[in-house]
Design a protein. Structure first.
Ligand SMILES: [Zn+2]
Length: 580
């Protein structure tokens, strides 16, 4: 599991959320919180890191939403782009840029990818039979036509794919097709249309060799990727729509057609890096260091449904460019489901069930530290997990508040009260003092190792363990008793506790940035901000401790406890479908 190669910098991406709905906690657990924890750790460690995100704004579902609401597609994407930008900010997902695939710059990047692949002989033109509405005089891509799945009989299957069983089929295999456009319920007919296909099979051998060289990837990601690589074929990359990147060809056949969203969406990472370089560096070539330099390490964070695109298709597109790096890891999480109290079972979040919890709803009601802590504690890394209100209450209150927050608070309160608001001068250390002091660098290294290996749940357990161990020490030393009889002993105990608090201040940063910042203010510790150019190593600086005599500010509660009655009321609101 070790990183054999040494890299000069890390490029991190999180899947671009589709600008056709509000992001919810399932998204956060899949692709955003793990990436943000990783990036915050890298920044604090002084390692150069760039974090790229943005909205995915093309494709049929957006035009369908616009049709149904009687508005323009641009209005749909503006609504969700701005809402999701705000939701990410409030949750502390700390992108260096949150871009948009509707930017002109993105058309430019996508067209360059297309042209390079075409010139390399990796794009073919083929005629295909597609559903057409004679009433509306238009082709019906994807969800514009519905019918019965030829494999499983599901009655709401789309033109070439069934969301119930996952089957993909030719248009003419769809049973009982019907047009799915407002004010058009005619029966569609089949017509020939020319489209462009990416010859993924050209990259089979190269993909296989590359995947075989990455034993350290998670088994779920490797399994899905290997399954795809063994049966690659040409995949259509254009659609009959006017909502997408124009096809860069001087050809009458491109009329009414655009590059399809699955081709352009991952290229959004490149576009947004280009825009970041222009904004942050005033340099239109700054992005190339991040995409074309072999000493850059690229990591994609995604949900499981995105594995084929990030571990097979996009890498093939990058291979076809000739001078791009490939991802060094694709960190794919399983799903975060929702626990249903009425049935006692976890169920998938779905729009129709109304059981999804949107970030914008949640962040109005709880601190981002509380949300981030709980989602990290149950992160669906190896298997699905479920959001459960009782567990949210118990784990946040019982672990972050009672174990870590309480230790910090009682240590600092006693120190401030008894030692003139300064870290006391210790006396001679006994074995327990020494054992606890010696454990701190080891525990910080343990958390760093977990984060570096994308085991975020384990990292949060190790964070809580620092607090657990320190509470045992505190209770054993009973400074509230010794202060009546032995001030030297009390000073030593609280000096040791202050060192634990200093380590916690750093360890909290990736998970609960607000609590960490508050604590840093109390301790007078400056936490390096880092970024794409790197910076000071604030992670290992924590091992130097907090010298005796360091002034302390009046402590305040880092993690306020949740009121069970409030949580219960919101759980009821959620069960009634009001948390979307
Ligand atoms: Zn089906």
């Amino acid at each position: 599991m070790s990183i054999e190669k040494t890299f000069a910098r890390t490029l991190v991406t999180s899947a671009l959320p589709y600008a056709n709905g509000y992001i919810h906690l399932g998204h956060i657990a899949g692709a955003y919180l793990p990436a943000d924890i990783y990036v915050r750790f890298k920044r604090l460690s002084g390692q150069p890191v760039l974090y790229i995100g943005g909205s995915d704004e093309y494709g049929v579902p957006i035009t369908l939403t616009a049709l149904k609401e009687g508005i323009l597609p641009k209005e749909v994407i503006d609504r969700y782009h701005s809402a999701n930008t705000e939701a990410f900010e409030r949750l502390g997902i700390s992108y260096d840029i949150y871009g948009r695939t509707s930017w002109d710059l993105h058309s430019d990047t996508t067209q360059a990818f297309f042209t390079k692949l075409l010139k390399g002989g990796h794009i073919d033109q083929q005629s295909m039979e597609l559903w057409f509405s004679e009433q509306s005089q238009k082709f019906l891509p994807d969800r514009y036509v519905k019918g019965t799945c030829p494999k499983c009989g599901y009655e709401d299957a789309t033109g070439d794919e069934c969301e119930n069983c996952g089957a993909q089929y030719a248009a003419h295999d769809l049973i009982n097709p019907r047009v799915n456009i407002p004010n058009d319920s005619s029966t569609p007919v089949l017509r020939d249309s020319k489209h462009w296909f990416l010859r993924l099979q050209d990259f089979s051998a190269q993909l296989k060799e590359w995947l075989d060289g990455h034993d350290e990837w998670r088994a779920n990601v490797k399994g899905i990727a290997n399954g795809w690589v063994s049966e690659l074929r040409a995949r259509c990359i254009t659609r009959d729509t006017d909502w997408g990147v124009p096809i860069p060809l001087d050809d009458a056949e491109v009329e009414g057609k655009r590059i399809y969203v699955w081709f352009d969406a991952p290229i959004g990472y490149v576009t947004n890096t280009r825009q970041w370089g222009i904004d942050a560096k005033g340099d239109s070539c700054a992005w190339e260091l991040w995409w074309k330099d072999q000493s850059t390490r690229m990591i994609h964070f995604i949900g499981k449904d995105n594995v084929p695109f990030h571990a097979v298709i996009f890498p093939a597109m990058l291979m076809g460019q000739g001078d791009y790096i490939l991802p060094d890891n694709v960190v794919g999480n399983e799903y975060l489901n929702v626990y249903n109290r009425a049935t006692g079972k976890a169920e998938k979040g779905s729009k129709s069930k109304g059981n999804m919890i949107s970030v914008r709803w949640f962040i109005e009601r709880f601190s981002r530290d509380a949300i981030r802590y709980y989602i990290c504690a149950i992160m669906p890394e190896g298997k699905d997990a479920a959001f459960d209100w009782d567990e949210f209450l118990n784990r946040y209150n019982g672990e972050l508040c009672d174990v870590v927050g309480n230790f910090v608070h009682r240590s600092l309160t006693m120190t401030v009260k008894n030692f003139e608001s300064k870290v006391p001068e210790p006396g001679a250390f006994d074995d327990e003092d020494r054992a606890l002091l010696d454990s701190l660098p080891v525990q910080l290294d343990g958390i760093a190792e977990s984060i570096e290996n994308f085991r975020f749940r384990q990292a949060s357990e190790r964070l809580i363990d620092i607090g657990r161990r320190a509470n045992v020490y505190f209770d054993g030393k009973a400074p509230w008793t010794t202060r009546k009889t032995d001030m030297v002993r009390t000073a030593t105990t609280l000096y040791v506790c202050c060192q634990v608090v200093r380590a916690l201040c750093t360890a909290l940063v990736p998970f609960t940035p607000d609590g960490a910042a508050k604590l840093a203010g109390i301790l007078g510790v400056s936490l390096p901000v880092g970024g794409p150019d790197g910076g000071d190593d604030g992670w290992n600086a924590a091992k130097e401790g907090l010298p005796a005599g360091t002034p302390l500010q009046q402590p305040e509660v880092l993690f306020p406890k949740l009121d069970p009655e409030v949580v219960e009321a919101l759980a009821v609101e959620h069960a009634a479908g009001q948390a979307t």
